[in-house]
Write a protein that binds this ligand. Structure first.
Ligand SMILES: NCc1[nH]cc(CCC(=O)O)c1CC(=O)O
Ligand SMILES: [Mg+2]
Length: 323
């Protein structure tokens, strides 16, 4: 045998020397849930260790993270049921929970990167990402609502707008609206290949945003499809996206790799709520080693080609010194 690959695994120094991929704090984006009120911190029951924070405690959490070197946050609001309507009008309320949270975080932590979510579902009485008429999710009529939402978030101080709705044409529509209103510096992280996945369940618990009827299969992608992600990717590039995202991450590592190989934009992967819940449940049962399982999950996503990972594990891996 001339070649013995085990020679390069014989000591920790050599293993470290030839390690191909590395995880860094700057690779991670921490999703944070926000709730109305004062001094409120409520755990998401299906996501042990993950909380919904009122704005005052959100600021403390952001400060904690910043001190750990975790500087990018994706904010999601839990909106009170009575404020929801057909057109998601609460999303434009300047004194509402979400826009206020964005302003506060940017006020106290101007160097933080605030990523904001554009989609109707947290504010929609139908629990869908688009405007509903006669049981259908309307595409073009939704675009104007998404553009207004994006402008409101940009005005509040968002660094990156992340449309998670999967309406066709929304990246271009939002880009044009942002540019027209002078927000040429605000980036767009597009949920390019977002699948109709079972793994969003705990997130919908966190926001109490589950669809009131039907499912999201007419706009989110079929888990069986890969080529379709190339169609979505090409459109988002053409429409001016700054990042392409794949979501969820673990069951879609091939899609991450495919987008990475085919496009030059940075690729983001969303290690979603159900992936977090799955790993945490096994850890709680004593079935998996916490540190090894979590770092392996994140490394796998990185190795597949993700430049950035949105993950609920972001804070713990830094706090515990695992990366
Ligand atoms: N616009 C909805 C949205 N934005 C982010 C997530 C899921 C994130 C997660 O599960 O962690 C979802 C869920 C859905 O499409 O129903
Ligand atoms: Mg698309």
């Amino acid at each position: 045998m001339l070649s013995r690959p085990r020679r390069n695994r014989k000591s920790q120094v050599i293993r470290d020397m030839i390690q191909e991929n590395h995880l860094r704090a700057s690779d991670l984006i921490f999703p944070l849930f926000i709730i109305d009120g004062q001094s409120k911190k409520t755990e998401v029951s299906s996501m042990p260790g993950i909380y919904r924070y009122s704005i005052d405690l959100l600021l403390k959490e952001v400060e904690d993270c910043m001190n750990l070197g975790l500087k990018a946050f994706d904010l999601f609001p839990n909106i009170e049921e009575s404020l929801k309507d057909k057109t998601a009008s609460e999303s434009l309320n300047k004194n509402g929970l979400y826009l206020k949270a964005i302003r506060e975080v940017k006020k106290y932590f101007p160097e933080a990167c605030v990523i904001t979510d554009v989609a109707m579902d947290p504010y929609s009485s139908d629990g869908h990402d688009g405007l509903v008429k006669d049981g259908e999710i309307l595409n073009d009529e939704t675009l104007e609502i998404l553009a207004r939402m994006s402008l409101a978030q940009a005005e509040a101080g968002a660094d990156i707008i992340a449309p998670s709705d999967m309406m066709d044409g929304r990246v271009g529509y939002i880009r044009e609206a942002l540019d027209r209103e002078g927000f040429t510096h605000v980036s767009i992280m597009s949920y390019t290949a977002k699948y109709a996945s079972a793994f969003y369940g705990p997130f919908r618990d966190a926001l109490e945003s589950a669809p009131k009827f039907g499912d999201k299969k007419t706009y989110q992608m079929n888990p069986a499809n890969q080529k379709e992600a190339l169609i979505e990717g090409a459109l988002d590039v053409e429409e001016g996206a700054d990042f392409l995202m794949v979501k969820p991450a673990l069951p879609y590592l091939d899609v991450i790799k495919t987008l990475k190989d085919n496009f030059d934009l940075p690729i983001a992967a969303y290690n979603v709520s159900g992936e977090y819940a799955m790993v945490k449940a096994a850890i709680q049962n004593g079935w998996l080693d916490e540190q090894k399982a979590i770092t392996e999950v994140l490394m796998g996503i990185k190795r597949a080609g993700a430049d950035v990972i949105l993950t609920y594990h972001a804070k713990e891996v830094l706090q515990k010194g695992w990366i």
